[in-house]
Structures are given as structure tokens and as C-alpha cells.
Ligand binder design. Structure first.
Ligand code: ADP
Length: 496
């Protein structure tokens, strides 16, 4: 058995490799950014070959720079930016077009057309997803219809589709394996999350040949072996999960009612809903959390567009701070926000208001308001928005939650997490290991090979750094949250 599990963390802006030992410690990290391609406004692409080369280089760097031998690697886990779509030639292995990235809006019109055909509720009930350009289906359609020769190739069975995990798996196995896992499949808008198979009716509607699609497996599964010619040794690839689901597993949110929130540029919140999918009427996504030992766990997913991004705005645009770290001390330097609310509806507001005409505002200002109050209100806004989403999850699922596990860059902020706990009235738990996304894929891989014997062993590796418990009275919580809801309503329907 090797000494390390290797986690390939293929994100939207960079590719990373982390080597994790049996104790769950990170022994090596290598990271490299790659090119973001913007051919037109709102179009985003990546070069799949560059992603592969970048991933291979960081793989080698992680070993070389730390004097680690390839023999020491037990297995490989992959976690990836979700939904991003690659189509390549089965014979030559060459992509027929750049990867169309999840953020890319080029297929908005196709989505509008699907909506006008009345497909919304059918697609939602089969896939758990609203019709949106984020998901892979319309990206596949676009390539088939706009890239010369693509459709003919697809019809001959010579074209393959994959999300980034599938593309990397194909490259790692020297073109031998064309597979994905349930979590990634559940983001394509063509996978039936109840029947656990590609949905024939949708494939027909979207005119996507089934021969293009990868086989779908559990997230902890022997997907194949990395070719000896690539790194000098065959290594089993035994874990795959999309980034947010990987983080959910990395946080050991394994049971019904376990929730994690990632505080990055935006927030991504996922709640494990157990073995039953929960449909939301408030715009949450229903998705697959995990496939493990033949069992499926589902999740509800919600997001907040502006989280850490609000702090960046304070730094780069308002320039009232020079570093995100300062916000914690500034927020603690005042007793409260002095009645100030910052509604971060810079791009409209999502769950549960869904008003794209809402605009941001700083409300409740009096002559006594100082920049510290505004900074504090900005941090509080991240917690308020997370509570908005969390409340809907609890309402839609009917599942009570005990605590919230957190990660992401802004989860370093103690003020933010204490306020999050105060305003939700539950414990907020920050783990020692904040690299939860990469850890999730490593855990899935190592669990399959026996590097870690069972879930209990993984749970013993996962340790909390700090628990933030509520210290606010119910009356105060209610008063503050009412103020927040009032502030949001003032910002709604602004850009009529
Ligand atoms: P992403 O993966 O979305 O790029 P990260 O997880 O790296 O995001 O987190 C970066 C975000 O967190 C930035 O938007 C930054 O403003 C915010 N951030 C980082 N440190 C802090 C902090 N101490 N307090 C508040 N926000 C922070």
C-alpha cells in the first residue's frame, strides 16, 4: 500500500494536486492556473488539452518538489468544476471544440426555447434541475449543432461527451475508460436522478445520441488505472465527485440533515436529504450527493451569488479596507451594525426572492454610521443570505438540522461564523482541514482501495477546529432578521 492518496482538484481557474496521508494530513500541494477564454461577452471556454497538461504538470510537481516517489501513491481521486462540457473524437482523442464552461451563457436562448415548449416541470421532475444554461445538456446541443462535422461524428458513434472528470479519466487511462460518477451525471440535465440512468426521452428531445454518453458509476469505484506510460506506474483511480458534492463528503456530511456551506466568492450550500430526493418549490436544486456501495444519497443545493465578493467590493471598489482579513477586527470594533443593512443584490437576488431586478443597497444609515458599521453589515449580509437559503432548505425538506459545517476562504472569519450561528440559532462548525473539496475525492478513492478501512476511520480523521454556538437571544435574532427582510424588500424590483 502506498503512503498517500492523490487528489486531483480541477477547478474553474486552476488545477491542483494534493497528497494526503493516512492521518488525513496534506503532505504536498501543487497548483497552476490556466487560460480563461472569452470569445464573446458572456461566453466562457477552456482548452481541454491545456487542462490536461496543466493537471499532469501539477501531478509531477507535487511529487518532484517534495521528493515523493510514484510508488508511494496508493490511488487517485478526482474532483472537478461541474457541468463544464467536453466533446471529443473517440478515435483520435482530440476535442472537437473547447470545453464550454458552466458559467457560459451562450445557450440561454436554447433554454428559453425549451421553456416555451413547456418542458420545465418534466425536466425538473426527471433531473432535479431547472432549465438553465449552466447544465451540460444545452452545451452538448450547441456543439453538435454549431461545430462542423460534430453531429455526423456523433451519429456514427465516434464522438464522446464528458464533464471534466470524464475527460481527465479518459486521458489518465490512455483513452481506455469512458465513465463518470452519479454526482457529475446529475448536473447534466439529461440524467434521470430517480431511475439512475440517462433519460431516453430527454435525449430524444435534445437530439443527443446515447452512444456519446459515459457509463455512470458510484463515486467510490474502481474506474480504471492510470497508464504506466504517463507517470511510470499504473495507479488505480477510485474516487470521483463534482466539487460541491466532494466537499459535502469531505465534511463528512453523510447523514440526512447534514449541511455544509462553502463561503467563497459566492456561497454553496448543500444538505444531505438521505436516500430520497426532495423537490423544492423555491428554486433549490435537487441533486445526487453521493453514490457509495450501491446506495444513493440525494442533496438539496442552494447558492448565494455574492458572498466573499462583497468583501472584494469593499476592498477594490469602495476601498474602505485593504485586505479581507481586516474585516474581522473592524466588525468586532463596534457593538453592532448601528441599524445598517447591506443588501448584496448587485446582480439581483436569488433564493427565495428570485428577483433579478433587485439591486444592492446600504440601508438604515444615520449620521452616526461609520465605515466599521458598513464593513460589519457586509459580513452580516453573507450570514443573512445563508440563513435565507438554509431556512428554505429546512422548509422544503421538512428535515431539522442540528448544525452547519463550513469551509471556503471567508470561513476563516470568526466574526462571520459567530454571527452566522447567532442569526440561525444553531452551531456552526469549522473543520481543521479547510481543503474539504480535495479531501472528499481523496476519501472516496482511499475508501475503495482500503487505504482507509471504513467511514468510521474517516470520521476519526475529520476534526473540528472550532464550534461557534449561538449567544444571541431569540428576541434579538427575530428583530435583526425582520430588519433584514425589510431591507431586501426595499431593494427588490429596483431596475424595473
Ligand atoms: P473561490 O474559491 O470562490 O475563489 P475562496 O474560497 O478562495 O473563493 O475564498 C475567497 C473569498 O473569500 C474572496 O471573495 C474573499 O473576499 C473572501 N475572504 C477571504 N478571506 C476572508 C476573511 N478573512 N474575511 C472575509 N472574507 C474573506
Amino acid at each position: 500500500m502506498g503512503k498517500y492518496v492523490m487528489s486531483l482538484d480541477q477547478g474553474t481557474t486552476s488545477s491542483r494536486v494534493l497528497l494526503i496521508n493516512k492521518m488525513g494530513n496534506i503532505e504536498a500541494i501543487a497548483q497552476q492556473e490556466f487560460t480563461q477564454i472569452y470569445p464573446r461577452e458572456k461566453w466562457v471556454e477552456h482548452d481541454p488539452e491545456e487542462i490536461w497538461n496543466c493537471q499532469r504538470e501539477v501531478f509531477i510537481q507535487a511529487l518532484d518538489r517534495n521528493n515523493i516517489h510514484i510508488e508511494d501513491i496508493d490511488s487517485i481521486g478526482i474532483t472537478n468544476q461541474r457541468e463544464t462540457t467536453v466533446l471529443w473524437d473517440r478515435k483520435s482523442g482530440k476535442p472537437v471544440y473547447n470545453a464550454i464552461v458552466w458559467q457560459c451563457r451562450r445557450t440561454s436562448e436554447i433554454c428559453e426555447k425549451l421553456k416555451s415548449e413547456g418542458l420545465t416541470s418534466m425536466i425538473k421532475s426527471k433531473t432535479g434541475l431547472p432549465i438553465d444554461a449552466y447544465f451540460s445538456a444545452t452545451k452538448i446541443m450547441w456543439i453538435l449543432d454549431n461545430v462542423e462535422g460534430a453531429r455526423e461524428k456523433a451519429e456514427k458513434g465516434d464522438l464522446l461527451f464528458g464533464t471534466i472528470d470524464t475527460w481527465l479519466l479518459w486521458k489518465l487511462t490512455g483513452g481506455k475508460v469512458h465513465k463518470t460518477d452519479y454526482t457529475n451525471a446529475s448536473r447534466t440535465m439529461i440524467f434521470n436522478i430517480h431511475e439512475l440512468q440517462w433519460d431516453r426521452e430527454l435525449l430524444e428531445k435534445f437530439n443527443i445520441p446515447e452512444s456519446m454518453l459515459p457509463e455512470v458509476e458510484d463515486s467510490s469505484f474502481l474506474f480504471g488505472h492510470c497508464e504506466k506510460s504517463i507517470f511510470g506506474k499504473e495507479i488505480p483511480i477510485t474516487g470521483i465527485a463534482g466539487d460541491q458534492q466532494s466537499a459535502l463528503f469531505g465534511q463528512m456530511c453523510l447523514d440526512k440533515g447534514d449541511v455544509k456551506n462553502t463561503y467563497g466568492t459566492g456561497c454553496f450550500m448543500l444538505m444531505n436529504t438521505g436516500d430520497k430526493p426532495v423537490e423544492s418549490d423555491n428554486g433549490l436544486l435537487t441533486t445526487i450527493a453521493l453514490g457509495l456501495k450501491g446506495k444513493i444519497n440525494y442533496a438539496l443545493e442552494g447558492s448565494v451569488f455574492m458572498a466573499g465578493a462583497v468583501i472584494q467590493w469593499l476592498r477594490d471598489d469602495l476601498r474602505i479596507i485593504s485586505d479581507a482579513m481586516e474585516t474581522e477586527t473592524m466588525a468586532y470594533s463596534v457593538e453592532d451594525s448601528h441599524g445598517v443593512y447591506l443588501v448584496s443584490a448587485f446582480q439581483g437576488i436569488g433564493t427565495p426572492y428570485w428577483d433579478m431586478d433587485a439591486r444592492a443597497g446600504i440601508l438604515g444609515l444615520t449620521r452616526g454610521a461609520k465605515k466599521e458599521h458598513i464593513v460589519r453589515a457586509a459580513l452580516e449580509s453573507i450570514a443573512y443570505r445563508s440563513k435565507d437559503v438554509l431556512d428554505i432548505m429546512v422548509k422544503d425538506s421538512g428535515i431539522d438540522i442540528r448544525s452547519l459545517k463550513v469551509d471556503g476562504g471567508a470561513s476563516r472569519n470568526n466574526f462571520l461564523l459567530q454571527f452566522q450561528s447567532d442569526i440561525t440559532g444553531i452551531d456552526v462548525i469549522r473543520p481543521q482541514l479547510v481543503e474539504t473539496t480535495a479531501m472528499g475525492a481523496a476519501f472516496l478513492a482511499g475508501l475503495k482501495t482500503g487505504f482507509w478501512s471504513n467511514i468510521e476511520e474517516l470520521k476519526s480523521i475529520w476534526n473540528e477546529d472550532r464550534i461557534f454556538s449561538p449567544s444571541m437571544t431569540e428576541a434579538e435574532r427575530t428583530k435583526l432578521y425582520k430588519g433584514w427582510q425589510k431591507a431586501i424588500l426595499r431593494c427588490c424590483n429596483w431596475d424595473e
